[in-house]
Design a protein around this ligand. Structure first.
Ligand SMILES: [Zn+2]
Length: 253
């Protein structure tokens, strides 16, 4: 926080709850100034399983003790097809979410090194981003800016804000700074942090489409009404990260 020049605020309380909604929410505790950041337990199963599967799409190999990535079109042709392990894991995950409403119903597995290292980085960034996004709503005082409404998260009653897409984008941008900073303090470069953030966007997009399709809806429906479309979130984030880190990016080049 201090590294980013952000003023400290009262820390919200973080918790998980089996709400069966695969969602997260910042809640104001009724008749208090306390905030809760609540996450459905399945979100973390989703992050873990989605990041494992997507890491398998990337061809990683070791050469003279150095881990390298082959990002050529030819390499992706081998993994981005319906017979690849990565694709099968994503499909199973989508079906579990659509049919059972849970990610944890999908088969557990353990990617071998070096993919396990990559999936761990993706998961770390994915989880930091979704936590930071909810925290950002509190930090940016969106509860004051927006009308609040009573909601039930599992069996817990609280007040949440009816955020606009503008505020969702604001929360995304602050969350990206918090995520990239926290990841860099652990020694990870911006690229891995950025991948985890994008994977969180993609995970919810893909599985919302799968659930909609399973329920007989139109698979071209692209987003939930509560958040801006994927292309808008991605576009705003890319521009913001380029502006925020332009000096560092130029040095990297
Ligand atoms: Zn939000």
């Amino acid at each position: 926080m201090s590294k980013l020049g952000l003023k400290p605020i009262v820390m919200p309380i973080l918790g998980t709850i089996p709400s069966r909604q695969i969602s997260a929410s910042a809640l104001l505790v009724p008749e208090s100034n306390e905030y809760l950041l609540l996450f459905d337990t399945e979100i973390f199963h989703l992050a873990n399983l989605f990041c494992k599967a997507t890491s398998l799409f990337i061809h990683i190999y070791e050469e003279n003790g150095v881990v390298k990535f082959d990002l050529s079109e030819k390499a992706f042709e081998k993994t981005v097809n319906k017979d690849s392990p990565a694709f099968k894991h994503i499909l199973e995950l989508a079906m579990c979410l659509a049919i059972h409403g849970t990610a944890s119903a999908a088969s557990p597995y353990w990617p071998q090194p070096p993919h396990i290292f990559l999936s761990t980085l993706f998961t770390d960034s994915f989880e930091k981003f979704i936590i930071s996004h909810e925290y950002a709503h509190v930090y940016l005082d969106h509860f004051s800016d927006c009308p609040t409404q009573k909601i039930l998260f599992g069996k817990l009653e609280g007040e949440t804000m009816s955020t606009s897409w503008k505020q969702e984008i604001e929360a995304d941008l602050l969350a990206s700074l918090l995520t990239i900073t926290a990841m860099s303090e652990d020694g990870h470069d911006m690229g891995f942090s950025y991948c985890g953030i994008f994977l969180s966007f993609w995970a919810f997009e893909i599985f919302e489409r799968a659930i909609t399709l399973y329920q007989g809806g139109n698979r071209t429906r692209t987003h939930a009404k509560t958040h801006p479309p994927l292309t808008t979130r991605k576009g705003k984030l890319i521009n913001f990260v380029i502006e925020s880190y332009s000096g560092e990016l130029r040095e990297d080049i």
